[in-house]
Ligand binder design. Structure first.
Ligand code: HPA
Length: 273
């Protein structure tokens, strides 16, 4: 699907109308386990993705996708509850219109969250990992089909060093360990094989998941600063007993999500507005 400027501009206009004027400079994209942040948004204007022509229509099954404009504590934020994954249709650009709308609306910082499997013995279920960098192992790009020189995006500091420093300092002040690591993006939706997990470890990845990287690429292309957090829901395939399944991801996410959201809210309070 081609996202055109008309759809982006119409989405920005709708957001401004629904939020009653000025829009926050920080947006947060919620992944599995992080949905609790939506309940902490105060004074929220709620906008369904369906009202925003540049936004994706999410699959059936209860996740319609909605956006909240309000405050978490004193920090004005736009919270995106719902992400369309590349594994749903094969389209790595599924969130292109959403990210371009945020950029056109004046957002400067995108905070991403996801659920991921751990590749590292020192990172266990319930822990949160701060992304220092990523491996695009799906080798897909949301910028395929774009034209012009700006598509050749520099990803040297894909995850903003200053924002990462702030996040680490906030976690430290809270007495919450927050480890930095490398996130490997695989297309999914199947989990990895044990051999793939050994490969990912050898490649230097610390966690593996099925999202986030396309949105980081889109955000950097649009000039946004990116910060990203993974909630570890399981040891990757073969690293612990038991079978993997989405139910397990969701149940660990439900148990550990509250603490992760506490940390996220604290980090948001310390980000440059
Ligand atoms: N692999 C890929 N994606 C995931 C995993 C995993 O083990 N856990 C949560 N998302």
């Amino acid at each position: 699907m081609q996202i055109d400027d008309v759809a982006v501009q119409a989405s920005v206009a709708k957001l401004k109308e629904r939020a009653g004027g000025g829009l926050p400079a920080i947006a947060v994209l919620l992944g599995s386990g992080w949905g609790g942040l939506a309940q902490r948004v105060e004074g929220a204007a709620v906008v369904d993705y369906a009202e925003l022509p540049a936004f994706p229509l999410l699959g059936v099954g209860g996740h319609a996708g909605r956006l909240l404009v309000g405050r978490v504590g004193a920090t004005p934020v736009i919270v995106l509850a719902g992400r369309k994954h590349a594994y749903e249709t094969g389209d790595a650009a599924a969130m292109k219109g959403a990210i371009r709308t945020l950029a056109a609306a004046g957002v400067r910082t995108l905070v991403q969250t996801n659920a991921a499997g751990s590749l590292h013995a020192s990172l266990g279920p319930g822990d949160v990992m701060l992304l220092a960098d990523h491996l695009n192992l799906a080798q897909r790009s949301p910028l395929v089909g774009d034209t012009g020189n700006s598509r050749f995006v520099d990803l040297a500091d894909a995850y903003d060093p200053l924002l990462r420093q702030r996040a680490l300092a906030t976690a430290e002040a809270l007495g919450r360990p927050l480890r930095e690591g490398i996130y490997a993006w695989v297309l999914g939706p199947q989990f990895e094989t044990p051999a793939e997990v050994r490969m990912l470890q050898r490649l230097g990845a610390d966690a593996v998941g099925m999202s986030t990287v396309p949105e980081t690429i889109l955000a950097r292309h649009a000039g946004l600063h990116v910060l990203a957090l993974s909630l570890i829901t399981n040891m990757a395939c073969g690293l612990a007993d038991g079978r993997l399944g989405h139910e397990q991801t969701l149940s660990v996410a439900a148990q550990a999500g509250g603490r992760a959201v506490d940390l996220l809210a604290a980090i948001l309070a310390e980000l440059p507005a």
